[in-house]
Design a protein around this ligand. Structure first.
Ligand code: SAH
Length: 420
C-alpha cells in the first residue's frame, strides 16, 4: 500500500459554506477552517479530503491539514479522481512540460513546481543544476513526499533532493513527532525535518548552477527560500541591459545576483548592501567567480548595513542605478499599511542616492499582502515628493516559471523609473 494512502482507510468527507463553494468553483485553491460546515470524522493532517456541495455533487478533492487555518488545499476540482500513482505522475509531467523552452539552454536553475498555481498546493520545487529542493508549506505533504521524490527521480535523476519546510510546517512536523514518540498522534515513517536529504547525497550545502550563462551558488540548506531568489531572473536580465557605464547600488543584495548581471552589462562599479555578513560573502563569491571568467572591468564593494539607516546616514553618492528588493514587508494583512509606508520610505532614500541626469530606480516588492497598485503608487508617490522629473520605464511581475493563478499567489511586482 502507498504511504499516502495508508493514512486512513475511509475517505474524509467535508461540506463547506456557500461562499467557500463559490470560491472553489471559480478556482480558489484554499478552504479555510472557518468555512468547513461538516467533516465526516476528525481528519488527520495529510489525508485526502473530498468536498461535496449542498446538492451532494462532487466539488473538489484536496489535502487536509488538521492544524492550519487553511484546512484543505485543493488538488482537483470539478471532477472526481483517484489520488494515486498515475495522478502524481501526470501532474509532475504537466509541470515539467510547462517549463519546456521557458528558461533556455544557458540556465539550469529554475522553478519546476510553483505551488497552488501549478496544482501542487503548498509545495514548490526548485532545480539548481543536479540538485532539487522541495519546499513544503504544510505538513499535509509529509505522507506524500515519497511520491514526490519518486516522480522527481524519474524525470530528473538528480544527485540529491533536499527538503525544506516553511516555518509553520516545520513547527507542525516537530509537534507531531513529539506526539508520536509519546504514543499519541500519527506515527509517520519519515523522521524528516527542515534540511533533510530525501534522495541521493548532498556533498555540499553550496550548490552551483547556471543562469543565463552566469554561474551562481545556491545555499540549499541554510539559505533563504530554497537557497536563491530564482523569481528575480528576468529582472536581473533587465538590470544587466540598463547598467552599462553606471555605478550600481544593490540594496538588500542577498547573494548579489543583480550585481553580477550589472557587471556583465558594463557597470563600472557595484555596491552590495545587506545586513547579513554570510549573504555578503556569498555575493562576493558569486561576483568573483563570474568576473574572473568574464574579465570585467568592474569593481565590487560589500557594505554590511541596515538599508534604512544607510539611506538616512549616507550623503548622496550619485549612482547610476539602484536596486531596492527588500524581503517581504507584510507577512500578515495587519502589516499592510505600514509596509506601504516602508516601501515609500525606501524609494525616497534610493532616489536621493541617484544621480540627477537619468539615474534609474528599480524597486521590487514580494509582499503578497501589498497589491500591485498599492506598491506602484507608493513608489510613484516617492518620486513625486522628490520634486525631480521622472519617467516610468517598465512594470514587471512574475516570470514564466513562477505562474500565479489566484490573487494571493501574485506577490512579485517591480517598477523601473528614470529620474532627472
Ligand atoms: N534582492 C535579493 C533578494 C533579497 S532577500 C536577490 O535578488 O537575490 C532579502 C535580503 O535582505 C536578505 O539578504 C536579508 O539579509 C536582507 N535584509 C533584510 N532586512 C534588511 C535591512 N533592514 N537592511 C539590509 N538588509 C536587510
Amino acid at each position: 500500500m502507498e504511504r499516502g494512502e495508508a493514512v486512513s482507510e475511509k475517505r474524509l468527507h467535508l461540506r463547506i459554506s456557500q461562499s467557500a463553494e463559490s470560491a472553489v468553483r471559480t478556482g480558489h485553491p484554499w478552504i479555510f477552517a472557518d468555512s468547513v460546515r461538516e467533516c465526516s470524522r476528525s481528519g488527520r493532517t495529510g489525508e485526502i479530503g473530498v468536498v461535496y456541495d449542498r446538492n451532494d455533487r462532487f466539488l473538489a478533492v484536496g489535502l487536509f491539514d488538521a492544524e492550519s487555518p487553511i484546512r484543505l488545499r485543493v488538488l482537483e476540482r470539478g471532477r472526481g479522481c483517484r489520488v494515486d500513482g498515475e495522478f502524481w505522475a501526470k501532474r509532475m509531467d504537466r509541470s515539467v512540460a510547462a517549463r519546456c523552452g521557458v528558461v533556455g539552454d544557458e540556465t539550469d536553475g529554475y522553478r519546476v513546481v510553483n505551488g497552488e498555481s501549478d496544482g501542487w498546493p503548498g509545495l514548490v520545487v526548485d532545480r539548481f543544476g543536479d540538485v532539487l529542493v522541495v519546499k513544503i508549506y504544510t505538513a499535509a505533504w509529509m505522507p506524500w513526499l515519497g511520491r514526490v521524490r519518486d516522480e522527481l527521480v524519474r524525470i530528473f535523476d538528480p544527485t540529491a533532493i533536499v527538503l525544506r519546510m516553511g516555518r509553520h510546517c516545520s513547527e507542525a512536523v516537530r509537534r507531531e513527532a513529539t506526539a508520536s514518540s509519546a504514543g499519541r498522534g500519527v506515527s509517520r515513517e519519515f523522521p524528516l525535518s527542515d534540511g533533510s536529504v530525501l534522495h541521493g547525497i548532498l556533498e555540499n550545502d553550496t550548490v552551483p548552477f547556471r543562469e543565463n550563462g552566469l554561474c551562481f551558488e545556491a545555499e540549499v540548506i541554510r539559505g533563504q527560500k530554497t537557497g536563491f531568489f530564482l523569481d528575480q531572473r528576468d529582472n536581473r536580465r533587465r538590470v544587466e541591459a540598463l547598467s552599462g557605464g553606471r555605478i550600481v547600488v544593490n540594496t538588500f543584495s542577498y547573494s548579489g545576483g543583480f550585481s553580477v548581471y550589472a557587471a556583465r552589462g558594463g557597470a563600472t562599479r557595484v555596491v552590495d548592501v545587506d545586513v547579513s555578513a554570510p549573504a555578503l560573502e556569498a555575493g562576493k563569491r558569486n561576483f568573483d567567480r563570474n568576473a574572473g571568467v568574464g574579465g570585467w572591468a568592474c569593481s565590487r564593494e560589500g557594505l554590511r548595513a541596515d538599508v534604512f539607516e544607510w539611506f538616512r546616514e549616507t550623503p548622496p553618492i550619485g549612482c547610476g542605478l539602484i536596486v531596492v528588493d527588500p524581503p517581504s514587508m507584510a507577512k500578515r494583512e495587519p502589516e499592510r499599511a505600514e509596509a506601504i509606508r516602508q516601501y515609500a520610505r525606501l524609494a525616497s532614500g534610493a532616489i536621493r542616492q541617484l544621480r540627477g541626469d537619468g539615474g534609474i530606480l528599480v524597486a521590487a516588492s514580494c509582499s503578497s499582502h501589498v497589491s500591485e497598485a498599492e506598491f506602484f503608487e507608493s513608489v510613484l508617490g516617492a518620486c513625486r515628493s522628490s520634486g525631480r522629473r521622472f519617467v516610468e520605464i517598465e512594470r514587471t511581475g512574475h516570470p514564466a516559471d513562477h505562474p500565479s493563478s489566484f490573487p494571493q499567489a501574485a506577490y512579485l511586482k517591480c517598477i523601473y523609473l528614470r529620474l532627472g
